[in-house]
Design a protein around this ligand. Sequence first.
Ligand code: PMP
Length: 448
Amino acid sequence: MSATVQKDKKYVLHGWGYSDIVITEAKGAIFKDQNGKEYLDFLAQTAGVLGAGHAHPKVVKAVKDALDHGLTHTLTMFQNVPRADLGEKLASIAPGPLKNNCMTYFACGGSEANETAIKSAMKITKKKEVISVFWAYHGATLAESSLLGQSWHREGMIRYPGFSQMPNAYCYRCYFGQKYPGCDLECARYLEHHIKHATANDVAALIMEPITGNGGHIGPPIGSDYHKIIRETCDKYGILSITDEVQTGMGRTGKIWGADYYNWKVDIMSTGKALGGGLPVSGCSIRSDLLPEEMKTGQWHIFTMGGGPVLAAAGSAMLDVLMEEKLWEKAAETGAYLTKRLKEMEPRHPMIGDIRGPGLFVGVELVKNRKTKEMATQEAIDVFSHCLGKGLFFGLSAKAGIGNVCKFKPPLNTTKDQVDKAMTIFDEALKEVEHKSLEHGKATGGGF
Ligand code: PMP
């Protein structure tokens, strides 16, 4: 065991899984461990944080320049040049009604951005309840634990009063036993029942990821009227609409924002992860015309480090990279290629139950039996372990989500050659695990 591993084991809490891989170097879509072994990073570390790859030169340069100016930290009350630039750039590409009409509170993590979004919605509407959906993930704070779509997040903790969840749009396992498009989007219409029967009709906001990330890449049918229906209900009850773009934003899905797929009329957007190009930058962007004066200039909220000059410089540079390199177009193209490769594998692998995009936001749901759709959770862990051993790292919903979804979210500038390499390893892993499952009678067939 290396000295680092020993120290880490004794002194460092990981909180979210454990691996004794020590990452020592990284570039683009590749990282290396302490033994010089290379891995294809098909998760861009934490669910797409490195949207432009590890150590994009423009982000690195912007950070160095900011440090050379001696600006490591400024109090949020003061202004700094990169933060103003970042605010303007973000507003210029924001979705729907936010475009050139939003002000952003900058913070460090997605959890902070969502806390800000919820607090803002409560302040603006003077209401106290918040609705989210099954399988949602919005952050790890105590309040946010009550927004998450899985009860285990709250085990042993207090349930925040007034926060509730309704079923999400999950076509592969529809809660209403329906099939799109013949379903009249019952899942969206359900919101009104939820408000009437499961709340005190004091709802400040509905917060949703366009497509759940941690939850297992589940979202309404692309281009459907889902968010039109939801918005009409929100308007009827005076509820603000929050899109959590922490994972789906910054080009990940093949459009700049996931909300763009649904023509979603959002009031508030939270961003994070890829926004900082690897540094901790997040934002809560709020429709300017909703903001009372005291929220624009008064004292109502603070996260000490948010929007600091070094971080803001990284975010501003990352937005330049997004636009100059048209990363969302790359995501659409390379994502379509990755999905095609998976579809080619599908007939050979009965464990593949569902493949869902869009863009480089690809989830593969593994099942023991295609008919019963019994989840192949242990098998997904086995596939993941096999791939990691062969130098391919990707995401697994083992604990965060539905447990049987292999998630591919590499840097958006990943090459087709790298996709080919990754898919060859994944193909072999599926073959190996399917074979073992059969041998041990774990899988029940359905085309084996
Ligand atoms: N929202 C979404 C959709 C996320 O995926 C995450 C992180 N997985 C968060 C919010 C919280 O972000 P952070 O961990 O940076 O606080």
